[in-house]
Design a protein around this ligand. Structure first.
Ligand code: EPU
Length: 359
């Protein structure tokens, strides 16, 4: 089909399991809250509708972008194709493993459109452990494996048993076990092969007995401040929610996508050389012999914490978070992001890589 045919093709029409909005605002669809429009926005409630919608979009020559909770995307322009917003719901315990044995765990299946934080609390209420440190992360279940969300010493990939996804190359639903997902720091197969997989559901293997992870800076202190002497998973989730609320700007009031940059991983030699020049620089040695640096520290040391250009800014609460104070466009935020990258590169010789998808 040529461009003229695509332009004159009949519009998408709402059908079973999905709702179509033409020329739709995306402002309320992403946590950055920047003004952008999609030529077509489709809310999908039944995953079965997806293959047909993809085929229809292909026939019309329209490019498809998949959006979950919109907490990890920055639109710097309008999207001329189709945005699919996956809103499928469903939480199930699909398998119970023997109670009281080392394999005492449950296999839980969550649909991609479930809200991550609600899901975390649902697992804790069912006596399952592991996700408590990942409380209050914005976004959906389906987005969690894409960037292997992590916080306070835990990464989600550790608990993922398998991901179910529609593979746009094979045109079929596939099951990818944890090894196939190739999880790494804020990275996975889904991020590397951007656009190929549409995640439909995620299976988590969650233990009933597991020591709490309280070693990350500030977690024990928060529990003590709450007067908790013997913490359980729910107290930990509560403590972490309190720390996050205090340290990170709330996307409900100030548009943002959490950390805008990844913490850079560099060679041990390079990290040692930087440490020689800047004694206070935080350096976390990695299992593979490399070293992780604190992007927030690099940005703050460049004097950029709280820096503001119009309504685009570097948060004054946390230097790793870029914020929209109200009227910033995605392009303005992206201009600010490049300024931050240039300053850090010039001062420290370190290239910062964005964490969200920049459209
Ligand atoms: N720091 C600064 N200035 C700041 C903030 C932090 O210099 O404004 C330095 C301090 O030395 C601090 C260190 O950075 O000790 C680490 O700060 P923090 O504990 O906040 O962690 P982070 O490395 O900046 C990562 C994740 C966050 C996650 C926290 C807590 C990435 C890119 N970010 O941030 O994840 O919540 O650890 O586990 O790995 C996200 O991905 O959106 C996110 C918020």
């Amino acid at each position: 089909m040529n461009d003229r045919d695509a332009a004159s093709a009949p519009p998408f029409v709402t059908g079973y399991g999905y709702t179509v909005h033409e020329n739709a605002s995306l402002l309320d669809r992403t946590t950055f809250r920047v003004p952008a429009r999609a030529a077509t926005l489709i809310d999908v409630h039944e995953f079965d509708a997806v293959p047909g919608l993809l085929a229809e979009a292909a026939q019309r020559g329209r490019e498809v972008l998949v959006c979950g909770g919109g907490s990890n995307v920055l639109f710097t322009r309008d999207w001329p194709g189709v945005v699919l917003a996956l809103r499928t719901r469903g939480l199930d315990i699909v398998e119970q493993h023997a109670a009281g044995t080392p394999g005492d765990a449950a296999l839980v299946r969550a649909a991609a459109g479930e809200i991550w934080d609600d899901f975390v609390h649902w697992t804790l209420a069912h006596g399952l452990r592991g996700l408590e440190n990942l409380a209050l992360i914005p976004g959906s279940v389906g987005a969690a494996p894409i960037q292997n969300i992590g916080a306070y010493g835990v990464e989600v990939g550790e608990f993922v048993d398998a991901v179910y996804a529609y593979d746009r190359t094979a045109n079929a639903i596939v099951r990818l076990d944890r090894a196939a997902c190739a999880f790494a720091y804020r990275d996975s197969l889904f991020k590397r092969e951007n656009g190929r997989y549409l995640i439909t559901a995620v299976d988590f293997l969650l233990p009933r007995a597991r020591p709490l992870k309280l070693d990350y800076d500030g977690v024990r202190e928060e529990l003590a401040a709450m007067g908790v002497v013997e913490p359980d998973t729910r107290a930990v989730a509560h403590a972490i929610s309190r720390v996050r609320t205090r340290k990170l700007p709330d996307p409900v009031t100030t548009g943002n996508a959490g950390s805008f940059f990844k913490n850079p991983i560099v060679s041990a030699d390079f990290a040692a050389a930087l440490k020689g020049l800047h004694a206070r620089i935080p350096v976390w040695p990695q299992a593979d012999g490399q070293a992780k640096l604190s992007a927030a520290w690099l940005i703050e040391t460049c004097g950029l914490k709280g820096f503001r250009d119009g309504d685009a800014g570097v948060s004054d609460q946390h230097a790793l978070v870029l914020v929209n104070y109200g009227g910033a466009s995605g392009a303005q935020i992206w201009t600010l992001a490049r300024h931050v990258q240039q300053c850090v590169l010039a001062r420290f010789g370190v290239a910062l890589e964005p964490e969200p998808l920049v459209v």
